[in-house]
Design a protein around this ligand. Structure first.
Ligand code: AMP
Ligand code: ZN
Length: 120
């Protein structure tokens, strides 16, 4: 369920401090340490699941709850005008922390286009 060296598992265990936005039995949300916008927090399952590609049928209810929480917490945190939900996954997605997490980013001006378009 937990990984001894995973930084987000260590946050779940309270070994590393975090600014919590929400906590319940299976989910934790906390502010990103290096925010990209006025509102930038992360939602994670407390169980160690490495990435979006490691989710299985047994995670459907929990992950569904996370998705429902995302909009509710975004509104509560001051991103009621809209936000972007990002789940970087694997090498191509440039995931840096290998514990699945949703970024909720918003609260200020429009975030601009989704990704820079590559010139062909
Ligand atoms: P990703 O590239 O999607 O894996 O993003 C990892 C995110 O975790 C980055 O936005 C980091 O700023 C954030 N992060 C790393 N360490 C911490 C920490 N101790 N507390 C809060 N956020 C963190
Ligand atoms: Zn972990």
């Amino acid at each position: 369920m937990q990984d001894a060296n995973c930084i987000f598992c260590r946050i779940v265990r309270g070994e590393i401090p975090s600014r919590k936005v929400h906590e319940d039995g299976e989910v934790l949300a906390f502010h990103d340490i290096n925010p990209l916008a006025p509102v930038h927090f992360l939602i994670i399952p407390k169980a160690h699941i490495a990435s979006m590609m490691d989710l299985g049928e047994q995670h459907q209810d929990m992950f569904g709850r996370i998705m429902v929480l995302a909009g509710k917490l975004a509104r509560e945190q001051g991103a009621g005008d809209g936000f972007r939900l990002i789940v970087n996954t694997g090498r191509v997605g440039r995931q840096e922390v290998d514990h699945v997490h949703l970024h909720i980013i918003g609260g200020g001006e429009s975030l601009g286009s989704m990704l820079p378009r590559r010139r062909s």
